[in-house]
Design a protein around this ligand. Structure first.
Ligand code: ARG
Length: 565
């Protein structure tokens, strides 16, 4: 039972005539300072019913409340402050974690239902951007969180592998490209061809027509166009794979935009059937003025389909394939209108599940204060960022722990983990700046700090030669203030996971990890854990519980937990 449930239960025993359990629960507050207890109940709402002064009500109720679940109950002004029974609570919490281990916090809420998560989705022939990194790590963490509460997430990398840009790229390659150059550094070279194309098209506008022609050929299945496109795609994917390997993130599907090329006629057909297509300057659109949105562009005047058309086909395909309860799109906030339009068109098509389509937007990353853009060939290679983070982690590890074995592996876990954690620790809609030094700090609210705390807990258990086992309840009893802070955070873990899932917000897990690490480090500083006395087992069980829950926090975020660092 949660703290609030325990307090509600006690209050309900004496207030059932006046208030329901739900009403009591809604009135409870968390006192700002620990000296006012763990949970507070303001009595104002009873004043009218009982026709007494709030202070008096509080004082009288305190004498009537059952006491077995509490260390103390105090009336302070119009409030009743509850101090939970620390010994009892620590016994319950530690016994549960000792029994459930990594399954602590698991739930069956999702009933195995499927939730496709559209994530990462970089564009072929262009470098993965910081935005794609965000989408990748947020999507991956959401998948872990949703799986923990019983859903079946489907991680979909909806590659940007179709569209007019591929016509342009084919033209540029045929005119100025070389096979060797592409093979050597695929993305760099393809990006260069693309940039060159735009530079030249300014003075030679007929290039644009050629580009359109070649995309049309591609859509119609022309052999040469398809062969080149496939090759660009494969070479790009190989490069993306390096980054996914570094992050240790995998996907259930790579069905990108191209996959839907042959599924688009069906969408057009559906739109026609419902009389939703209108012609506007030769192009076909769906009017969305009744949704206060600009029209959705479905087909260009030359018959070529668009981003929207492919997303419509993909949404319908996902519904038919996965019978989803929700369908998530982890995509930058700048595309929010696109997703509103997508939902609106689906709803006009009569699909009641359009409500289950959820855009999960996130803010922009700048690096050293500047916006990152690939358009002008100004690229930050993500792989370099990750490598720099690993190098910096390694330098710090060598300085702190020169004797550590497998330094490279741990530096990798810490460096990459630092980048992921930094990305996930703030509300996802916040914009933030990426400065390497700040990301890989071992102190403050960083991934390395949490990992370091985890390694510390592992080291204490090694030193104590303590192994996980079930310990009788009476030996799991703690009642000091420092352990109490830790216990409360351990108890909050299951609801924290559910909150993170409901809000699609991994930062809620990251914040829990930071708080748990901080409170544990405070405990470690104040208490001699290894002293031989009758509470030693309880203290070590607490260390084990912290280690277990920190590891779950880290795993949900997509970070490794090194036993030593
Ligand atoms: N490839 C797109 C881009 O880089 C993102 C795709 C997002 N997913 C979607 N279903 N539209 O901007």
């Amino acid at each position: 039972m949660s703290e609030r449930a325990i307090v509600t239960n006690a209050l309900y025993q004496i207030l059932s005539e006046h208030l329901s359990e739900e009403e009591i629960l809604l009135l409870l507050e968390n006192p700002k300072s620990a000296q006012h207890g763990d949970v507070a109940f303001p009595v104002f709402s009873l004043a009218k019913i009982l026709r007494k002064a709030p202070q008096q009500i509080a004082t009288e109720l305190v004498t009537q409340l059952p006491t077995e679940d509490f260390d103390r109950i105090e009336a302070v002004g119009p409030y009743i402050n509850f101090f939970l029974n620390k010994r009892k609570e620590s016994q319950k919490a530690l016994a549960l974690i000792l029994e459930q281990n990594a399954h602590y916090g698991d739930a069956t809420i999702g009933e195995k239902q499927m939730i496709p998560i559209d994530m990462s989705s970089p564009n072929i022939a262009k470098p993965i951007s910081m935005g794609h990194l965000r989408s990748t790590v947020i999507g991956n963490s959401l998948a872990n969180i949703l799986r923990k509460i019983g859903y079946t997430p489907i991680k979909i990398n909806y590659l940007g592998d179709w569209g007019t840009q591929f016509g342009k790229l084919i033209v540029a390659y045929k005119k100025w490209g070389s096979e060797e150059a592409v093979k050597n550094a695929p993305i760099q070279e393809l990006l260069k061809l693309y940039v060159d194309f735009h530079a030249r098209a300014e003075t030679e506008p007929e290039l644009e027509d050629e580009g359109r022609l070649w995309f049309k050929k591609l859509e119609d299945g022309d052999e040469e166009a398809l062969r080149l496109w496939q090759w660009f795609r494969e070479e790009s994917l190989k490069e993306f794979q390096h980054i996914y390997d570094m992050l240790d993130i995998s996907f259930d599907s790579y069905n990108g935009e191209a996959f839907f090329n042959d599924k688009m006629d069906e969408v057009i057909h559906l739109l026609e059937e419902k009389n939703l297509l209108q012609t506007n300057e030769g192009a076909e659109i769906v009017d969305l003025s009744d949704y206060d949105l600009n029209p959705a562009l479905i087909r260009k005047s030359d018959g070529a389909t668009l981003y929207m058309t492919r997303d419509l086909a993909a949404a319908i395909y996902r519904k038919n394939t996965y019978h989803f309860v929700q369908s998530l799109y982890v995509v930058g906030n700048e595309q929010r209108i696109h997703f509103k339009q997508l939902k609106a068109v689906l709803s006009k098509l009569g699909f009641d599940w359009s409500d289950d389509i959820r855009h999960v937007p996130f803010g922009l990353i700048t690096k050293d204060g500047k916006k990152l853009s690939t358009r002008k060939g100004k690229i930050v290679l993500l792989e370099e960022v990750l490598n720099e983070a690993v190098d910096s982690a390694k330098a710090q590890i060598i300085a702190k722990n020169p004797d550590l074995e497998n330094k490279d592996e741990i530096a990798h876990q810490v460096g990459v983990g630092a980048v992921i954690f930094h990305d996930l620790k703030n509300d996802r809609l916040n914009n933030f700046d990426f400065t390497l030094d700040e990301v890989v700090r071992f102190e403050g609210e960083t991934g390395p700090y949490v990992q370091y705390t985890y390694a510390r807990s592992a080291s204490i258990l090694r030193k104590a030669d303590w192994t996980q086992r079930n310990i009788p309840l009476e030996s799991l009893s703690l009642n000091d203030e420092d352990s109490w802070e830790v216990i409360k955070l351990l108890q909050a873990f299951p609801t924290t996971v559910q909150k993170a899932a409901n809000k699609y917000e991994p930062s809620i897990i990251a914040k829990h990890a930071i708080q748990l690490a901080q409170s544990f480090n405070k405990y470690y500083a104040h208490v001699k854990i290894l002293t031989e006395d009758k509470e030693r087992d309880a203290r070590l069980a607490l260390v084990y519980a912290v280690k277990t829950v920190l590891k779950e926090d880290l795993r949900l975020l997509g970070l490794k937990a090194p036993e030593e660092m």
